[in-house]
Design a protein around this ligand. Structure first.
Ligand code: 23J
Ligand code: MN
Length: 256
């Protein structure tokens, strides 16, 4: 039996299952709202081309309008100043998009404090308890934030000081950038904390990870259905030529 037939047998028998960790993509999908003077992308909209009518009697289809960074999406190095000469989303090696999922559960901390930041001490503590992160892993930061996904106000969680959502400190981002991970996945609208615009450097996860050829994956859900380790993550962004990112479908293959 090859590894692949073994996996297929496990899926067929129920010894493994596929968990969709992608958020639904609709006009209501929350998108990042940067403050003035910065420009923002557009949410998703569908523009009808035909719907079993005189424009297409036997077919329905739409044009899609949205930004590269809408909903569950992948951030490529080219998205950030530090990675601008690096990979665009189409040139990322597929081997970097499929790898072991390692789930770090900080949902209790993020529920208690929406501005919770992952620090080097948390990451060192994890390694001391569980051993080093697997090479090529997708580190998935579980915060429970996806439970707010259906309510855009709660998801953005803004006050007069801007959005409040969990993330990673600048030192934590440097720690991740120096590790062997392929990427960092989050439940929030972006890979940085809501308050990250005021950090030094601004948006430190974007700064350090994309500058180190590591990728981001956002607006994940169902992370509570994944084991801490032992699942396989598959992230599938569109190969937009020269693109800085792309909406993506992401699955975890999880042992039963
Ligand atoms: C541009 C500027 C700041 C941020 C972002 C984009 C994202 O979160 C993104 O989707 O890459 S924080
Ligand atoms: Mn992005």
């Amino acid at each position: 039996m090859t590894a692949i037939t073994g996996l297929l047998a496990a899926l067929a028998s129920g010894d493994a299952e596929i968990v969709d960790v992608t958020a639904p993509l609709s006009p209501q999908t929350p998108i990042l709202q940067l403050p003035p003077p910065f420009a923002n992308t557009i949410p998703l909209s569908l523009e009808k081309v035909s719907e079993f009518d005189e424009d297409g009697p036997f077919w329905g289809w739409n044009n899609i309008h949205t930004g590269e960074h809408t909903g569950t999406h992948l951030d490529a190095p080219k998205h950030w100043a530090t990675g601008r000469d690096g990979h665009s989303v189409d040139t990322i090696a597929p081997s970097r998009l499929i790898g072991p999922a390692v789930v770090l559960d900080f949902s209790a901390e993020a529920t208690a404090d929406p501005d919770f930041l992952l620090e080097p001490a948390h990451l060192d503590g994890y390694v001391a308890e569980h051993g080093p992160l697997q090479e090529g892993a997708w580190l998935l930061f579980r915060t429970g934030w996806s439970s707010r996904g259906a309510d855009p106000v709660a998801f953005t969680n803004a006050d007069e000081n801007g959005p409040h959502s969990p993330g990673v400190s600048a030192a934590g981002a440097q720690w991740l950038a120096a590790s062997g991970i392929s990427g960092f996945g989050v439940e929030t609208v972006g890979i940085d904390a809501g308050q990250a615009g005021g950090m030094q450097p601004p948006f430190p996860v974007h700064h350090h990870l994309l500058g180190a050829d590591k990728y981001g994956l956002t607006q994940l859900q169902n992370l509570d259905r994944l084991p801490r380790t032992g699942a396989l993550l598959v992230a599938a962004p569109l190969p937009i030529v020269g693109g800085t990112g792309s909406p993506a479908r992401a699955f975890a293959i999880v042992p039963a």
